[in-house]
Design a protein around this ligand. Structure first.
Ligand code: FES
Length: 302
């Protein structure tokens, strides 16, 4: 299997730059997260794509289905870039007017914008909506922006550069701390996924995809650990333990623990959720082979 080099990452990032900056065309980021899906985002997306095609503007407008944007109560959501024009509670019936006005003429459709409950004013830009204006997302800084099925979207936004840096530049302590950070990020993503109490059927496939994403990154750190002398391995392991003990004080860990209890009656989901608690073992092949020999074999770790 061909492996990506840092140069490959840089090339993908540079090729993606115009799209990431929303400079090459208009982007319609429609939320395809669980909450919006449940309230009809698929029908809205289909109507949007059909209307764009019918209007003959498909060459300058791109529809992207993203993961959860965060403001699930307002779904189905659509954010139009550039401008971050935030549309809420859409139905397929709203789409012809939205395409005609916003996408063809560049004029926002007032009635579909967010209405501030205090001032009663309509707010066009997502950045100006109080729910978003008071947030400083870190682990979830790409929420609502990335197509989770397109790896280039993630690389374009610096995805995997941290892992690449770890492989080629970082000290054992920094690698251990990066492993601890991945653990916190995974917990944060799980906390976002369970915030609307999705059913087990909805949650399980999302958790499976999420776990594999973190497994792949942790295994890369594991290879780095394999190449270390014992003293450096010990430094890395200590940094991981310190990172994890900090993580246990983080509120996302509390949310995660509650989720394990909430899905206790569904064995598959419970086990999947529980497996995140020991996910850092993928960065320590000795441990992985001991505790999860099947996983070590699946990943080609001998
Ligand atoms: S699922 Fe759409 S905003 Fe959360």
């Amino acid at each position: 299997m061909a492996k990506l080099s840092v140069n490959d990452l840089e090339k993908i990032k540079s090729d993606s730059a115009p799209a990431i900056a929303f400079q090459d065309r208009t982007y319609c980021l429609i939320c395809g997260g669980t909450g919006c899906d449940a309230t009809g985002s698929i029908a809205v997306k289909t109507a949007l794509e059909q209307e764009i095609e019918a209007k003959g503007i498909a060459d300058r407008v791109k529809v992207v289905e993203t993961g959860c944007n965060g403001f699930c109560a307002m779904g189905p959501l659509l954010v139009v870039h550039p401008g971050e024009i935030f549309y809420q509670k859409l139905t397929a019936d709203d789409i012809p007017e939205l395409v005609e006005s916003q996408l063809a003429k560049g004029q926002a459709v007032e009635r579909l914008l967010y209405k501030d409950p205090v001032s009663k004013q309509r707010i066009a830009s997502q950045n100006d909506i109080p729910f978003f204006a008071h947030q400083m997302p870190r682990a979830l800084r790409n929420k609502g922006l990335i197509n989770p099925e397109d790896i280039n979207d993630y690389i374009g936004r610096d995805g995997y550069f941290g892992a690449a840096r770890a492989l080629f530049e970082m000290t054992p302590e920094e690698i251990g701390s990066a492993v601890g950070n991945l653990y916190v990020q995974a917990m944060t993503e799980i906390a976002g996924m369970v915030q609307n109490d999705p059913s087990s059927e909805e949650l399980e496939p999302q958790l499976t995809v999420l776990k594999e994403k973190y497994v792949q990154q942790l295994v890369e750190f594991g290879y780095k650990r394999e190449a270390m002398e014992q003293a450096d391995k010990s430094k890395m392991d200590l940094a991981i333990r310190l990172g994890l003990s900090d993580a246990y004080d983080n509120e996302v860990y509390t949310t995660y623990s509650e989720a394990v209890n909430d899905y206790f009656n569904d064995k598959e989901v419970r086990e999947l959720l529980s497996s995140f608690n020991i996910i850092t073992q993928y960065s320590n092949f000795e441990l992985l082979k001991q505790q999860e020999p099947g996983e070590a074999q699946r990943l080609g770790i001998e």
